[in-house]
Design a protein around this ligand. Structure first.
Ligand SMILES: Cc1ncc(C[n+]2csc(CCOP(=O)(O)OP(=O)(O)O)c2C)c(N)n1
Length: 279
């Protein structure tokens, strides 16, 4: 299912608009986890526009692929992608994280169409993905499970317990992706709790590892195609990304893990996004 040049152009346009949506929702909400939302845009866009068998008009269809945003604080990015894809009215996002809104900062599967699993407490997405994968196998279902983790999140022991179980039970209907943006809530991953040699750790846990540029649709597509046709061992895609990608003053800047913007900063952000795509 390689991605064509024409498709890449279309995906880039969607990614550009999604980045601007994320800026807008962050302004409406009065603040959000914008840095890690911007780093995962290409990953979410290629999943929702090329790979996931999902139907916004029928979000609960039983044979849908499942997606788990294990780094649940990225809800502002996830909700923006679901809205643009048509799971709900975009204007609903104007209430994001406000009193009585269906959207909290972390998305609730009982309240937001298209969300399969509620997340937010880090370290729980991969364990649930393993469970869903085993359930699908038991029922002889052909749908796949995609799970996106943060790199800082991989400090959680439960991630590695799930990895052990995935190898033990040879869970190959699950595709694990790590948003390796090198930053976590309060600093660089390597300074707070080093992950390297990260790929070797996954390999030691029995995974096949693909490392890609997480902002390249071509590289993401190649890795997802590989993972989707693999039955020897579970696959993890380490997607190297930049936190805050697209907004120059946020890029690789830990201050923008969570932030709020006044109208001037928001306008600068939109201009910066346009500039990156024009280049
Ligand atoms: C169990 C748990 N502990 C702490 C937090 C608070 N928290 C929210 S985001 C975050 C940092 C996560 O870093 P990373 O996974 O690298 O996310 P990204 O940089 O992609 O936003 C932390 C510690 C949480 N959500 N859950």
């Amino acid at each position: 299912m390689a991605v064509s040049e024409q498709e890449i152009k279309e995906l880039e346009e969607i990614a550009k608009n999604t980045r601007k949506d994320i800026v807008n929702v962050t302004v409406w909400a009065g603040g959000a986890h914008i840095g890690g939302a911007l780093s995962m845009v290409e990953i979410l866009v290629i999943l929702y526009y090329k790979y996931l068998n999902v139907d916004p008009a029928n979000p609960d269809k039983p044979d849908r692929d499942r997606f788990i945003l294990s780094k649940g604080h990225g809800g502002v990015g996830y909700a923006s992608v679901l809205a643009r894809k048509g799971f709900f009215d975009f204007d609903l996002l104007k209430t994001f994280n406000q009193f009585k809104s269906p959207f909290g900062m972390h998305l609730d599967a009982n309240k937001v169409k298209g969300v399969d699993v509620s997340t937010g407490s880090l370290g729980h997405g991969l364990p649930m993905a393993v469970g869903l994968s085993l359930g699908a196998r038991l029922r002889k279902e052909s749908w796949k499970i995609y799970c996106l983790l943060g790199d800082g999140e991989c400090n959680e022991g439960t991630v590695w317990e799930a990895a052990m179980a995935a190898r033990q039970f040879n869970v190959t209907n699950m595709i694990t992706i790590v948003d390796r943006n090198q930053l976590m809530i309060d600093g660089r991953t390597e300074e707070i709790m080093g992950l390297e040699p990260f790929a070797d750790k996954w390999k030691a846990f029995g995974f096949i590892v693909k490392e890609v540029d997480g902002h390249s649709f071509k590289e993401l597509a190649e890795a997802i195609d590989f993972a989707g046709n693999q039955d020897e061992a579970p696959v993890v895609i380490i997607a190297n990304t930049k936190k805050g990608r697209g907004v120059a003053y946020m890029e690789d800047n830990v201050k923008w893990h969570y932030g709020s913007m006044n109208s001037t900063l928001a306008e600068q952000a939109r201009e910066s996004i346009d500039k990156m795509y024009a280049a």
